[in-house]
Design a protein around this ligand. Structure first.
Ligand code: 1PW
Length: 195
């Protein structure tokens, strides 16, 4: 593949969310409902990022991957995100642990966190990922997590790779322009997501 997409996960993530954003940006009434399969596949491209955060975030990675897999599986029989939510509303299972809608919300938070993380990587100085990751976590997840999880995540922050180690794992060599585009795609598409 000439474009290097296969070995550059950030490009793959950017491209898949760019496609979602194009759908989401269409004006009503032409705007089609977001396809559950396309959304879930884009989210599964993000798993590799969680996998780069080191052993301390293994649990976060497993949690994210399991929930994305649930959405992927559900998309085989439920074609759009609005219908997925609607079905849970009808069954009264929106808040039930393991429901597609609850998993969708968790996955959306994961994507939100990655977006904020990359925004923070760009504005924080130095090679440490800790400040950027702490800010992203504080903004997106911490308000929804209890004391024990917040403490565990806080401890995990000390075991994060450095910015340059993360980029190396992602097979990027300082192409900051490309990296700076990723959160833009993410934010465009997420902004429009119906929930
Ligand atoms: C990228 C920078 C480093 C910060 C990583 C932050 C990871 C944050 C995710 C931590 C999630 C692991 C803790 C599990 C929390 C679960 O209670 C909750 N899942 C989430 C995503 O909040 C479980 O949701 P559930 O199964 O009860 O619907």
């Amino acid at each position: 593949m000439g474009s290097n997409e296969a070995d550059k996960p950030l490009r793959r993530i950017g491209a898949s969310f760019e496609q979602l954003a194009a759908v989401a940006k269409q004006q009503q009434p032409q705007q089609p409902a977001m396809a559950a399969g396309d959304f879930s596949r884009a989210c599964s491209n993000v798993s590799v990022l969680f996998g780069c955060l080191g052993i301390a975030f293994k649990f976060a990675e497993m949690d994210y991957v399991a929930k994305v897999n649930d959405l992927l599986e559900a998309s085989k029989t439920i074609s759009t995100l609005p219908s997925m939510v609607e079905l849970d509303i009808q069954k009264g299972t929106v808040r039930q642990a393991g429901s597609h809608t609850r998993n969708l919300l968790r996955v959306k938070r994961g994507i939100d966190m990655v977006k904020v993380l990359f925004e923070q990587i760009l504005v924080t100085e130095g090679n440490s990922l800790k400040d950027a990751a702490s800010k992203a976590y504080a903004q997106v997840f911490a308000p929804h997590h209890g004391w024990a999880i917040r403490k565990a995540v806080g401890a995990g922050m000390y075991a994060l790779p450095s910015k340059s180690q993360l980029l190396k794992k992602l097979n990027e060599d300082g192409e900051c322009v490309l990296i700076s585009r990723t959160p833009i795609y993410l934010s465009c598409s997420l902004h429009m997501l119906l929930l």
